[in-house]
Design a protein around this ligand. Structure first.
Ligand SMILES: [Zn+2]
Ligand SMILES: [Zn+2]
Length: 311
């Protein structure tokens, strides 16, 4: 089968043996390129596994599924509490980061990774369940409530997923984004511009500038949810945080609240709002055009939001 690897800062499509052994086979139908894939590629990180963690496909009997790319131990204190994103084993066992992911014709995963999809979701769109689950988990961490005023800073895929999740939670949402096509996408999900102060401000840009502008937008006693990844640390204007008694909320991947996984809620959201896929997925490529797909994903000015590969 074909599978995508990183090699010296380049993407490489290789012919490799089909995965065998334990687990359930998923034939990949959609796998999206994530900002963290681009970041790892730029770092020339020496990943020695198949990349791709935003994955959906079909089982051998044709059942469509999204793949939750977590392989926690299910036994440590965090796992037992449902916080398996914080498993004591760390995130090195995540599919597409430490273990073989889904940018391939197929992958093999433990049954616990399977997320069965509501019947109206097209499996070609279901790779979006993963970034939506990131936003669902973040809003859960921040304790989003109906009627709140939420500002989203950053109009990439996670920012737009945050808009969609906050709107579905009946919040009033404002967005600030760098590019016109991102603003247009946010507005199509029901967000306005930024005006006044907010109960919750969500950093989805992952820059110091974004967080410090979030501090300005946040009301006294409000919250800032940091969904952006600050790979090189973050210098906060802490005096402002202190003088408004702002709560900074962090969020990592996705987990479960009782029996309900963030992934399940994300799949339900996509089922109720199929327009999310129409707006977010701007490009689709066959797996053979992997280099072109990454080039498009890297060039945000060119209008890409989510670039999806269809093996
Ligand atoms: Zn991702
Ligand atoms: Zn664990």
């Amino acid at each position: 089968m074909r599978a995508v690897y990183f090699k010296d800062g380049e993407v490489e499509l290789r012919e490799v043996p089909e995965p065998s052994g334990e687990g359930v086979r998923v034939r990949v139908r959609s796998v999206a390129i994530c900002g963290s894939d681009l970041h790892m590629l730029e770092l020339k990180s020496p990943l020695n596994c198949v990349i791709g963690h935003e994955v959906a496909g079909v089982l051998d009997d044709g059942t469509p599924v999204a793949v939750e790319p977590s392989m926690p131990c299910w036994e440590c204190a965090s796992c037992r509490a449902g916080d398996y994103n914080l498993c004591a084993l760390g995130s090195g066992r995540s599919l597409g980061v430490g273990c073989d992911g889904g940018m391939a014709d197929e992958l093999r995963v433990p049954g616990s990774c399977l997320v069965y999809l509501p019947s109206n979701i097209d499996v070609r769109d279901a790779c979006l369940v993963e970034p939506l689950a990131v936003a669902v988990h973040g809003m859960r961490q921040a304790g989003l409530e109906a009627g709140q005023r939420v500002a989203v800073v950053g109009g990439g895929a996670i920012g737009l997923c945050a808009v969609a999740v906050a709107r579905a939670g009946n919040a009033t949402v404002g967005i600030s984004a760098r590019y016109d096509h991102q603003m247009a996408a946010g507005k199509s999900f029901g967000a306005g511009g930024i005006e006044g102060s907010y109960d919750l401000v969500v950093d989805c840009a992952g820059t110091e500038k974004a967080v410090n502008s979030a501090i300005k937008m946040c009301r006294p006693k409000g919250k800032i949810l940091v969904l952006g990844t600050h790979w090189n640390g973050l210098l906060l204007q802490h005096i402002q945080v202190m003088m408004k008694e702002i709560t900074i909320v962090s969020s990592f991947m996705y987990a479960a609240n009782g029996a309900v996984r963030d992934f399940d809620l994300a799949a339900m959201l996509l089922s109720r709002h199929p327009e999310i896929a129409r707006v977010l997925i701007t490009h689709r490529f066959p797996l053979a055009e992997i280099k072109q797909a990454f080039a498009v994903a890297r060039d945000r000015k060119a209008g890409a939001i989510k670039v999806v590969l269809e093996p």
